[in-house]
Design a protein around this ligand. Structure first.
Ligand code: FE2
Length: 206
């Protein structure tokens, strides 16, 4: 995550989109992007700020709130809004206009070691995105020294289980329904082929 997000403490802000809301067209329309960012993402940030006010979480950076609230029934709402704030910032950065193509060499090599080929990795990402029943996320993560593709439900985020996220695709319906209706696979494939930001994933690999 960016330094800004890591150090974000109450009141948490909505990090700026890394591109204009028309920049991902025609794969993701400006209408989808502006609602997704301006209403959904902003809503998670606003709810988080309301919910942590006066609690022990108010003085904590975002990632600490997420790991501190994870798995605790009394903090479900705080966890959901903190994790969704984090997940969306990570999602915006996982995309870029004119993305897709080939990853940087070190990441490409790691992908080939873990999945056999880039195509196999992309296919697995599409498969888990489709296998996620209902709302959730499809992730490329570093688990130990191996890359894996995993899915999480609702707000769940791999940083609570010790995995290092490299990139993510939002598969909540709000991410694609205006543009693709029920055709989630078309959205995921188009994102993987033309928007995914392999340089961002490589940076996260370190
Ligand atoms: Fe979303």
């Amino acid at each position: 995550m960016s330094k800004d997000t890591k150090e974000s403490i109450y009141p948490h802000g909505l990090p700026p989109l890394p591109y204009a809301d028309t920049a991902l067209e025609p794969i993701i329309s400006a209408k989808t992007l502006s609602f997704h960012y301006g209403k959904h993402h902003q809503g998670y940030v606003d709810n988080l700020n309301k919910q942590i006010l006066g609690t022990e979480f108010a003085g904590m950076p975002l990632e600490k709130i997420i790991t501190g609230a994870a798995g605790k029934a009394e903090y479900t709402a705080i966890f959901n809004n903190a994790a969704q704030t984090w997940n969306h910032t990570f999602y915006w950065r996982s995309l870029r206009p004119k993305g897709g193509g080939a990853p940087p060499e070190a990441l490409q090599h790691k992908i080939e070691t873990s999945f056999g080929s880039l195509d196999a990795c992309k296919k697995e990402l599409a498969t888990v995105a489709m296998a996620q029943f209902g709302s959730g996320w499809a992730w490329l993560v570093l688990n130990g020294d191996k890359l894996e593709v995993i899915k999480t439900s609702n707000a769940d985020v791999p940083i609570t289980t010790g995995m290092k996220p490299l990139l993510v695709i939002d598969v909540w319906e709000h991410a694609y329904y205006l543009d693709y209706q029920n055709r989630r696979l078309d959205y995921v494939k188009a994102v993987l082929d033309t928007l995914i930001h392999w340089d961002f994933a490589a940076e996260n690999l370190g």
